[in-house]
Design a protein around this ligand. Structure first.
Ligand code: NOJ
Length: 549
């Protein structure tokens, strides 16, 4: 029997640089991370996604790689990496790493050679033009870059770059570049990783500027990657970052022979619109527009990650509604279409609403993602530039620097949040572990309960009709076992009718009553003769349904 481990995984993303510093130089490292694996295992995490940790000039937080075959010396050595993989495996934790091969750093030796001109054997590793079109619509970082082309004096031509100008795009149409990508994958697979997050996947298969691209179908390369992966490691996966329209999604899954997983950007954006409106309608629409996916494919559902909360799939008016609700000041917005905040500050630290949002994201069809610091309710630092606002160091305790590092505060790779309600003095792991009512203890409970409900990850799902537009209700079923979840997106409690579900079959497994953080209305036992279910303001209730046969 075939099982798909990633369908019931709990993925946790972190940046080694900001997680835990073991040697007091102010920079997180692999040894520090390895020392924290028991914490992560205790939380119920069974899959880590590491942001890029390769040597890099760090123009883009490591997404500008200088050497694909090494660890940034500030973070450790390959030896430290292998030990980390071993210790993770001992604890049943798989590791995914970022594969950033749409572009390299401008400082990568390939580019340094390529810019010397056509005689360089690396020249065609990149995309060059003598008469480029600026194509501002294709710029990934509007307001920072104006064009996707940059003139290079040395080369006497312009090179393509969808992201920062310090990130020249690789020419994926070049078979030699494809070979290089497979070689990089082979290297990290041999060191024990369980797969890759494919950075900027849509750009990998875009033909802009590539004269030879018509010679073959770039999309086929996704299949080659998958085939290579499967040959080297039977259960490794490819998780693509592809924020694309519904009609483009099949390109990535195809018939189950390309990517296994995709970030669920469509649902993420519609979820935030629903949260802003306190009405479930757009979330339902977001789910309904998803194409059906192959049996071995899966969505990765997230609330926030390390980038801006992008709203680019929504209309201008819809974006404004979300800004008004969650990021009303200009300093909270970025690129004209995104939000650079963590969730708790977006929700004025309203514990009820934050819990409901995570509970909802964890029950939506797919696999949930937690980002470091989410579990303790970390905030953001808007005084930092751009997306750095949500990338402050992990808060472990109320020791200096939040326990992240013994370095002097000005030597830290990024500041720790030290003031206000999100300051490390009260928002930290050690403090929250001792407090039974803490967000951390609640999150642990959420994770454990979610892992006990594989139906949410691999079941057939359907939206349940209710008579309250603020309440989102859905059911997920595997082999005749069904779980049902109700989420009230509004700040008003209500009684909701679920006409399809007879009460005598429902057993409650999780709800806002499980949160010890506050005195909320306790739910009465369900009335077997009615279809009505009470739900608190920003409440949530999960049920397991016994068979109706
Ligand atoms: C997506 C990454 O998540 C983001 O942080 C980065 O800037 C771009 N890809 C470019 O690599």
């Amino acid at each position: 029997m075939q099982t798909f481990w990633y369908k019931n995984a709990l993925v946790y993303s972190l940046d080694v640089e900001t997680f835990m510093d073991s040697d007091g130089d102010g920079i997180g490292d692999f040894r520090g991370l390895t020392n924290c694996l028991d914490y992560l295992a205790g939380l119920g995490i069974n899959c880590l996604w590491l942001l890029p940790f390769y040597p890099s000039p760090n123009r883009d937080n490591g997404y500008d790689v200088m050497d694909y075959y090494d660890v940034d010396p500030r973070l450790g050595t390959l030896g430290d990496f292998v030990e980390f993989i071993h210790q993770s495996r001992e604890r049943g934790i798989r590791v995914l790493v970022d594969l950033v091969v749409n572009h390299t750093s401008i400082e990568h030796p390939w580019f340094q050679s390529a810019r010397q001109g056509k005689t360089s054997k690396y020249h065609d590793y990149y995309v060059w033009s003598d008469n480029p079109e600026p194509n501002p619509a294709l710029v990934a970082f509007p307001t920072v870059e104006e064009s996707i082309w940059e003139y290079d004096e040395q080369a006497g031509a312009s090179y393509l770059h969808h992201f920062y100008k310090e990130q020249p795009d690789l020419n994926i149409a070049n078979p030699k570049v494809q070979e290089e990508i497979l070689r990089i994958m082979g290297f990290w697979l041999e060191l024990g990783v369980s797969g890759f997050r494919i950075d900027a996947a849509p750009f990998l298969i875009e033909e802009v500027g590539m004269e030879n691209a018509h010679l073959f179908d770039l999309k086929q390369f996704l299949e080659r990657m998958r085939e290579f992966l499967a040959n080297r490691s039977a259960d490794a996966i490819l998780l693509a970052e592809a924020n694309v329209s519904p009609d483009q999604i099949p390109v990535y899954f195809d018939e189950g022979n390309r990517m296994q997983m995709l970030f669920n950007f469509l649902v993420n954006q519609n979820l935030f619109l629903a949260l802003a409106r306190q009405d479930a309608a757009t979330l339902k629409e977001g789910l309904k527009i998803l194409p059906s996916i192959p049996h071995n494919a899966q969505w990765l559902n997230f609330v926030r990650h390390h980038d801006e909360l992008t709203l680019d799939r929504l209309s201008d008016e819809q974006q404004q509604e979300i800004f008004a609700a969650f990021a009303p000041e200009e300093s909270m917005q970025i690129f004209g279409r995104g939000i650079r905040r963590r969730l708790p500050p977006m929700m004025q630290n309203d514990r009820r609403r934050i819990e409901m949002t995570y509970s909802l994201a964890f029950t939506l069809p797919g696999t949930p993602l937690v980002r470091y610091g989410d579990e303790i309710g970390m905030g953001d630092d808007l005084s930092l530039e751009g997306r750095e606002s949500v990338r402050t160091v992990m808060q472990w305790s109320n020791a200096a620097n939040g326990g992240f590092s013994k370095a002097s505060p000005d030597a830290l790779t990024r500041p720790v949040i030290s003031k206000g309600e999100y300051g490390y003095q009260q928002v930290n792991v050690a403090f929250e572990q001792r407090d039974p009512t803490s967000f951390l203890n609640w999150m642990e409970h959420l994770i454990i309960t979610r892992r006990q409900c594989p139906e949410f990850g691999s079941g057939k799902w359907r939206i349940l009709e209710t008579d309250k537009s603020a309440v989102f209700a859905h059911a997920c079923e595997v082999d005749k076992t069904t779980v049902i979840a109700l989420h009230n997106l509004s700040d008003q409690s209500c009684i909701v009718n679920l006409p399809e579900i007879p009460h005598q079959h429902l057993m409650e497994i999780f709800s806002d009553n499980f949160s010890l953080s506050r005195q909320q209305q306790k739910y009465d036992p369900l009335d077997e003769n009615s279809y009505a279910i009470a739900i608190n303001a920003y409440g949530y209730r999960w049920f397991r349904m016994s068979s109706m046969d």
